[in-house]
Design a protein around this ligand. Structure first.
Ligand code: 0XW
Ligand code: MG
Length: 367
């Protein structure tokens, strides 16, 4: 079936509570881009990409829409039967810009799933579970307050916490990790995420001053080289997030043993098709990882959950979705929701979510 049109929508997602603070940036409202790919028979598939501001990664909302404008005209009129051909077509139109291609990749898989009458998780190899764990991500905050939130979220059923640190005094970061551990103990697994914000020296200090606390250290420093320099010097496992900029970066991190695991973002890596490759690479070395994205509504949340359902549970680090930090749902009829720290995997054909038309403004571009 041929692609008849690609519509691009913009949706503003204000942060509940006012601000989401990370070491690298503080964001107040996120600018999400939704794509609707429609085929000649009237079927529509949806995709989404929503960078968490322009500083977290070298990606930004206007960049996503500009990249889609380069790519989309080359997809209109193409047959949707071959994902490989469509991926090739995207690469022929634009080099790189994985985060924009990701929205189209997700929409095309949504379409294919609907056409075949199977969920996207089946297209990705098949679900191993119908319910995936999520994790709660704090903001960079005062030690006592962060520990209080951590206790609340464990009570709410989250099996894992991601504690944000960085961009401030070492003393505050060390106190935060200790307070959370004293308050929560083994009731939840803990990741400490510095979002690139530490020098290697600061990461070494935190590692030593938090000896005996079983956390994984997520993206402590800015570059892969700095993170690699920690190997053998820190006692905590080190995970990469922001440095996994493309498939080659993941391959390099896996093959050289730089990372003990990953915080993976579906759009950064180019969509679900590429994430299947990453999932399988990680499986070869028994590396744990998450399946999330930086931000977004129900469409990207559904994409992450379908993929998450296909990951071997013993290595799975959870799916973070923005629900705790945004009001309402893009799809109020079949929303993706966290219940007791877990998320049900949609069983309907395709992604199983559709943005409610009344929530969408007019398309910002039609191809
Ligand atoms: C917790 N997240 C998934 C949400 C923000 O985009 C940051 C991100 C991370 O793990 O760095
Ligand atoms: Mg992270």
């Amino acid at each position: 079936m041929r692609i008849e049109s690609i519509k691009v929508y913009q949706m503003l997602l204000p942060v509940k509570g006012g601000a989401y603070r990370m070491a690298s940036d503080t964001v107040q409202a996120l600018d999400s881009t939704l794509v609707e790919v429609t085929t000649e028979d009237g079927l529509s598939g949806w995709g989404e990409t929503c960078p968490v501001g322009p500083v977290y990664q070298p990606q930004h909302a206007l960049g996503a829409r500009a990249a889609i404008a380069e790519i989309a005209p080359g997809l209109v009129g193409e047959d949707t039967a071959s994902m490989r051909r469509l991926a090739k077509r995207m690469d022929e139109r634009l080099n790189g810009h994985n985060y924009a291609k990701a929205a189209l990749d997700i929409a095309l898989l949504d379409l294919t799933g609907q056409r075949l009458g199977i969920p996207v998780s089946t297209l990705l190899g098949g679900a191993l579970t119908d319910r995936v764990p999520s994790y709660y991500s704090t903001i960079v905050g005062a030690p006592d307050e962060t520990a209080r939130v951590a206790v609340d979220k464990v009570k709410a059923g989250y099996p894992r916490l991601q504690i944000k640190i960085g961009g401030r005094d070492l003393e505050q970061d060390v106190a935060t990790v200790h307070k959370v551990w004293e308050a929560v103990g083994f009731k939840a697994r803990i990741a400490v995420d510095a979002n690139r914000g530490l020098t290697a020296a600061a990461a070494l200090h935190i590692d030593r001053l938090c000896q005996g606390i079983p956390f994984v250290f997520e993206q402590p420093c800015n570059t892969m080289e700095e993170v690699a320099s920690l190997k053998g010097r820190v006692t905590h496992p080190v995970y990469l997030d922001e440095n996994t900029e493309d498939l080659n970066a993941v391959l390099r991190a896996v093959s050289s043993g730089i990372a003990d695991g990953f915080g993976l973002k579906v759009t950064r890596l180019g969509g679900l098709t590429n994430m299947v490759t990453v999932r399988d690479l990680c499986a070869i070395r028994s590396l744990p990882h998450s399946c999330d994205d930086a931000w977004g509504g129900d469409v990207i949340a559904a994409a992450c959950v379908h993929l998450a359902a296909t990951v071997e549970p013993r290595r799975f680090e959870g799916t973070w979705i923005a629900q705790e930090y945004i009001e309402g749902h893009t799809d109020p009829v079949n929303p993706i929701v966290i219940e007791n720290g877990h998320i049900r995997v949609p069983q309907m054909p395709g992604l199983g979510v559709k943005p409610e038309r009344s929530r969408l403004k007019a398309p910002v571009a039609i191809f």
